[in-house]
Design a protein around this ligand. Structure first.
Ligand SMILES: [Zn+2]
Length: 375
């Protein structure tokens, strides 16, 4: 299955006029609509309680119908033009099934006390918004214009993206809940109230400074301690940088990062509004700094992490290795002597020859647990 997906859909040339672009649009929107329609069919199982507050069922339904229409029309165009009609036909079939399943009611409130759910709504809506923002942005301002939207490894990265969104509950179970259980009676309520009463923008900056300090050292440890490096090397194994490459993260790394990120937030007691604002902002920013874009921000690049700054972190060029650890504030790299920002953009990415990360989600998951084979 994986090999089939890779062979059919990686490195596809999407030059307009041959029915391939319309095939991909039809399949992408068909898959999104089909997946999204399950949120209507089984809202209790496939929608995220925390996320439901952020969108209305009406809005989701409009998005679903728009997705179905796009998938159907693009599929029809592809059937007319593509040398292989099956892609357009599959896109149209997905659109029809989405229309069938998506006629259910999402307006019912979530069942109280349910214990297991998968965040399909979170996955579909995030992917839709990110795809609509980043795919055109990378086409218009590509750092590497020859790089394809469906570049090598995108199928693997999409699986990581799916897991980190659908598996949100599982990830929270191992990160947020242990902190809440272990530390709830050990925090200083008076101090927390003072923090939560600060202006929102002050709290926002406070979270950035606090979380970034922890993640700087965690990230540095992952590069400098060999056993941890094998976990983090999975993230560095992408040889082409784009928005989707940001999602390639070993489960171990996701858990460590979420745990360390939530710890200062919980202990210091920032208000929920500040935390939500931070989460939305930093999630978007983390994707942006991986994007295949050529923007160089004159002064800003020393104040906040930009694609230029983080692309150097992913570079396999000798002088850039083990540099630029900060997720958001390069000042930590300046302070601790790991900054690298020459007057050019990075060009080659990936791990160096001493770390050979295999392809595919399962092999990459097992990679840190495998002994190095003797050369
Ligand atoms: Zn790294």
């Amino acid at each position: 299955m994986s090999r089939y997906l890779r062979e059919q859909f990686e490195e596809v040339d999407l030059t307009p006029g041959r029915g391939r672009l319309s095939a991909m649009v039809s399949l992408a929107f068909g898959m999104l609509a089909f997946t999204g329609s399950f949120c209507f069919l089984f809202p209790d199982w496939f929608t995220t309680p925390e996320f439901r507050a952020l969108y209305s069922a009406t809005w989701l339904r409009v998005a679903l119908y728009a997705g179905i229409a796009v998938a159907f029309v693009a599929g029809f165009v592809s059937v007319l033009r593509h040398e292989n009609r099956r892609y357009g036909l599959v896109g149209m079939l997905l659109a029809c099934m989405a229309a069938l399943f998506g006629s259910g009611q999402l307006d019912v409130p979530p069942v109280a006390g349910r214990s297991v759910y998968a965040g399909l709504d979170y996955f579909v809506l995030t992917l839709l918004v990110l795809g609509l923002v980043f795919i055109p942005l990378e086409r218009a301002f590509a750092k590497d214009p020859a790089q394809k939207t469906l570049r090598k490894g995108w199928v693997t990265d999409m699986k990581y993206f799916l897991f980190s969104h659908v598996g949100l509950q599982l990830i929270s179970f191992f990160t947020i809940i242990p902190i809440q259980v272990l530390l709830h009676d050990k925090v200083d309520i008076g101090f927390q109230q003072k923090i939560a009463s600060l202006p929102l923008w002050v709290q926002f900056i406070g979270i950035l400074v606090a979380v970034d300090f922890g993640t700087y050292w965690a990230h540095r440890a992952m590069h400098e301690i060999p056993a941890l490096w094998k976990i983090h090397a999975v993230h560095h194994s992408s040889e082409q940088m784009d928005w989707l490459a940001s999602s390639r993260l070993h489960l171990g790394e996701i858990l460590v990062n979420r745990f360390l990120g939530y710890l200062p937030i919980f202990v210091l007691g920032f208000s929920p509004a500040a935390v939500y604002a931070y989460l939305v902002f930093i999630s978007f920013h983390a994707i942006f700094i991986h994007a295949n874009v050529r923007f160089r921000f004159p002064v800003l690049r020393w104040l906040i992490a930009t694609p230029e700054f983080h692309h150097w972190h992913h570079s396999s060029e000798d002088e850039a290795v083990d540099k630029n650890y900060a997720a958001f504030l390069p000042v930590y790299d300046v302070l601790f002597g790991t900054v690298y920002m020459p007057d050019k953009l990075a060009s080659t990415y990936g791990t160096r020859a001493s770390t050979q990360v295999p392809e595919g989600v399962v092999k990459q998951f097992l990679f840190p647990f495998r002994r190095n084979r003797p050369a």
